[in-house]
Design a protein around this ligand. Sequence first.
Ligand SMILES: Cc1cc2nc3c(=O)[nH]c(=O)nc-3n(C[C@H](O)[C@H](O)[C@H](O)COP(=O)(O)OP(=O)(O)OC[C@H]3O[C@@H](n4cnc5c(N)ncnc54)[C@H](O)[C@@H]3O)c2cc1C
Length: 451
Amino acid sequence: MIASSTANRSYWALKAPDREPAEPAAGPLSADVAIVGAGLTGLSTAWHLKQLRPDADVVLLEAETVGNGASGRNSGWVMPHLGLDPAALKLVYGAERTRAALEFAYAACDYVEELVGELALDCDYRRHGYTLVAVDEAGREELDATLKLYRDLGLGDKLEPLPAEEVGAHYGSPLLVAGVREPAGALLDPMRLVQGWERRVSDAGVRLHERSPVLRIEQAAGCRTLTTPTATVDAKQVVLATNAYTQTIAGLDRGLRLGQAPLYVYGAMTEPLSDELWAELGWERRDAIKTVLSMPHIFHPMPDGRIHLAYEVHVDWPARAASDFRVEFAREAERQLHALFPPLRDVRIEYHWGGPVSLTLDLVPHIGITPDRSLAYAFGWWGHGVSVTQLTGKLLAEMVTGAGDEVKRPWFARRRSLPWPTAGSARRIVGPLIGGQRLMHRRRLRGSPLA
Ligand SMILES: Cc1cc2nc3c(=O)[nH]c(=O)nc-3n(C[C@H](O)[C@H](O)[C@H](O)COP(=O)(O)OP(=O)(O)OC[C@H]3O[C@@H](n4cnc5c(N)ncnc54)[C@H](O)[C@@H]3O)c2cc1C
């Protein structure tokens, strides 16, 4: 039974300090650079642009309010990952590119810590890593294969295997049979992070307009014109930081319109656990855990004594009401929690929500700029965007201003995007793959309380 529900707002959004939204854009406006989307990509780009060119007139246009997208809805894991999981990445792109992608992601995690400190982004940041855990023999083998892969890539020092006999006891779950720690990971409150960024961006002199959805972008002589319901903005350069929403803007070419497809993912939050329950459970490190199942689920302890869960994805959005999926997800998440942690059998989920991440056909993000340098973009961030989007903001700012060394950019920021063949093809291709994965998941767990 789900204890209570809310509108589709994340727990972090509901608990964040109240703030007055910025005024919508009004009238004909002009700017040197217009950034579309105030998630982590857009906010970081805006701030880095002002560091590189303090005199640039930068406008940031957000359809709703800052953090309305995945940046204010995610689980708050700062993860050293990019795109596909490393084994799949190696299969598709080879060892060299996989290592480069992971190195970028590790650098991104360090950069987040640097930014949080330097900009005093008050977001409950805690770098105590996270642990990949196995609940079956196949999972244990997967963890061994991951350790070997990292060693082969020269990244063996990044992961720490845990003694198998300690894992279940540490987290209070008889089902856990193996674990590998990823110490570089961190946890934070995503909405407070976004709000912290918003303050720094405004301090830097960026003009933020919320409730200002960009409906269309057209090319004109020497500028691009952005149209919102209440304004037009002529900008010499535009940065698209709209991730899973990019296809909703009219006037973009095929590569951008079909460059990615939205994939919906879900989060949930339990009621607070009593001190007695926490004592029974153990979990002294208070780090997050992620099972290595075909459909991963993650659990992490919150500073206020709750447990946050994330599990389940679907590509039907927006064809089927996302709210139906949210309730189904929350029921299943609660069942998984009870099965994995028997002492929590009476703990209820209090909040559940969902949000879109962005899936590219070649399963890596795309970061680029048009040859005339008038339009830069970054999309294709899915479940690992918190770290890498903030470093990408720096890259985008360098691309727009012409700073930085193009040759030194990561390989996925030097290639053309590979669009989906049609608007519906992601659903047709990925939907059955997810269905198949779910089936595998059920088969694999047959006989387990998690099945
Ligand atoms: C439930 C959930 C859990 C996740 N968990 C994690 C996690 O633990 N760790 C991790 O690393 N990643 C996680 N992710 C993914 C991560 O949140 C994203 O990859 C990242 O936030 C993407 O940031 P962004 O700024 O590119 O996009 P977004 O945050 O989606 O920002 C895009 C912004 O553009 C705005 N916009 C859209 N269209 C327009 C328009 N036409 N005009 C103006 N503005 C527009 C939107 O309102 C939005 O604010 C999770 C995502 C979800 C949904």
